[in-house]
Design a protein around this ligand. Structure first.
Ligand code: HXC
Length: 258
């Protein structure tokens, strides 16, 4: 494969499985991992045969954070000039759906990457945390914002200021994850969910993702208008005619992605 720190498997059912693969460093996210993820996600986004993606790690760690060994000798000028972590915006620019399947540690950057996904499915072994304060810093890949949106100020502030981890059940009840399953079922569950999404009309999947995300950027009135315009727009697609015809004829839709 063209990658060294991730494994990419494109399946015939339209689901791409990306596995973080630096087991000795608990999948710590260095620049190489970021570069390879940017490439793999862009490739997925542009490949019409692929309709959902699952990002996962290992049983022990989804990812134990940004690579501390890579960062430790950096100064402000290095970080600022390189716009360190800015590249993650290329991952979040992915327009097609993707899921994070999290087992074990999702700490610091690991928690932040999981929160970049459209949603998280967690193993019962999952542990989420933003322990950067223990390193003398703060989250730097969106954690202070996305965690606060997900679980509210009290829990987000508590996690950022103490560095304490949140387990899977609390993550579920707090709204950080969509579902919790036994660890040995995690990948099956995530892949089955991804296949369900891959079976939907592709443009409708993109539009649903885009409008839910808009809820974080817009006022309610703007967001509702944005939703309605996208909804109207889908009535210009063949898949809308097909989807409604298929319902009336009591058969599954045969999607064209146009
Ligand atoms: C680089 C890491 C790493 C990391 C673990 N490793 N996390 N290397 N960056 N974030 C390496 C260890 O150095 C060790 O390498 C190997 O992985 C195994 O880790 P251990 O600590 O020996 O495992 P264990 O005792 O099981 O403890 C697991 C752990 C612990 C609790 C997850 O590794 C840990 O606390 N990691 C750091 C978590 C963290 O602070 N993450 C936030 C990073 S900052 P060797 O070579 O010794 O075998 C961040 C935010 C960025 O992500 C924003 C700005 C900074």
């Amino acid at each position: 494969s063209q990658y060294e720190t991730i494994l990419v498997e494109k399946q015939s059912d339209g689901v791409t499985l990306v596995t973080l693969n630096r087991p000795k460093a608990l999948n710590a996210l260095n620049s190489q991992v970021l570069g390879e993820l940017i490439e793999a996600f862009a490739d997925y986004d542009g490949d019409d045969s692929q309709r959902c993606l699952v990002l996962t790690g290992s049983e022990k760690a989804f990812a134990a954070g940004a690579d501390i060994k890579e960062m430790q000798d950096q100064g402000f000028a290095d970080m600022y000039k390189a716009n360190f972590f800015g590249g993650w915006e290329k991952v979040t620019a992915t327009r097609k759906p993707w899921i994070a399947a999290v087992a074990g540690y999702a700490l610091g950057g690991g928690c932040e990457v999981a929160m970049m996904a459209d949603f998280i499915i967690a193993a019962d072994s999952a542990k989420f945390g933003q322990p950067e304060i223990k390193l003398g810093v703060t989250p730097g890949m969106g954690g202070s914002q996305r965690l606060t949106h997900a679980v509210g100020k009290a829990k987000a502030m508590h996690m950022c200021l103490t560095g304490e981890m949140m387990g899977a059940e609390e993550a579920l009840s707090s709204g950080l994850v969509a579902k919790v399953v036994p660890a040995d079922k995690l990948l099956d569950e995530a892949m089955a969910t991804a296949r369900t999404i891959a079976g939907m009309a592709p443009l409708a999947a993109m539009a649903n993702k885009e409008m839910v995300n808009a809820a974080y950027e817009m006022t309610l009135a703007e967001g509702i208008k944005f939703e309605r315009r996208l909804f109207h727009g889908l009535f210009g697609t063949e898949d809308q005619s097909e989807g409604m015809k298929a319902f009336v004829e009591k058969r599954p839709g045969n999607w064209k992605g146009k």
